[in-house]
Design a protein around this ligand. Sequence first.
Ligand code: 2DT
Length: 212
Amino acid sequence: NGNRDNSRGALIVLEGLDRSGKTSQSTRLLSYLEQQGFSVESWRFPDRSTCVGEMISSYLANKSQLDDRTIHLLFSANRWEKRSLMEMKLRSGTTLLVDRYSYSGVAFSSAKGLDVEWCKGPEMGLLAPDLVLYLNIPPEKAAERGGYGGERYEQLEFQRKVAQHYKMLCDATWKIIDASLPMEDVEKQLREFVMDCIATCQIGKPLSQLWL
Ligand code: 2DT
């Protein structure tokens, strides 16, 4: 498509509590962008398909126990093992919609009591998202949606803490969306932010790194 050298895809992250609607919204966004003719892929972290991902998955299912710092570093390693592929895709013009990223990493681990700065350390140098879509929902309301699975972090009291820790990570790349609105309204807002972001990356916004 006659790309200028520095034209690229956008790195777009969805964050939010469990049951905030991230996964449904990212599926909808994916098909919308495909229909519009964009090159786009949907990713998620943890990526449970790798060796590291299997260790994480077993921990989340309560099938193994790990020290809080150890699991934190595994979540981070799981992003590092995807970093070069991520950069290659973005530079080749593909937009990535990523369900959870370093913000989940820091929010969940610091909600357990780990130091925020310590938690950010291993994330430094990962690719920084161009846009973070935070699906904001009161923890009580998310819990009412039901269907918390049996995984380790899926408890109201803990989700409340995670919500507080997420808020400390909000920066200029974040858009906070009211996720208690009807799905169609949320979707409409997300589309606008995403289209805007893709356009700025197409005209050559440079890639940057997290928290350096
Ligand atoms: P899913 O239910 O979305 O698969 O997430 N988590 C996730 C962390 O604690 N640290 C991280 O770095 C990431 C990406 C959030 C599984 C759970 O894992 C938590 C929920």
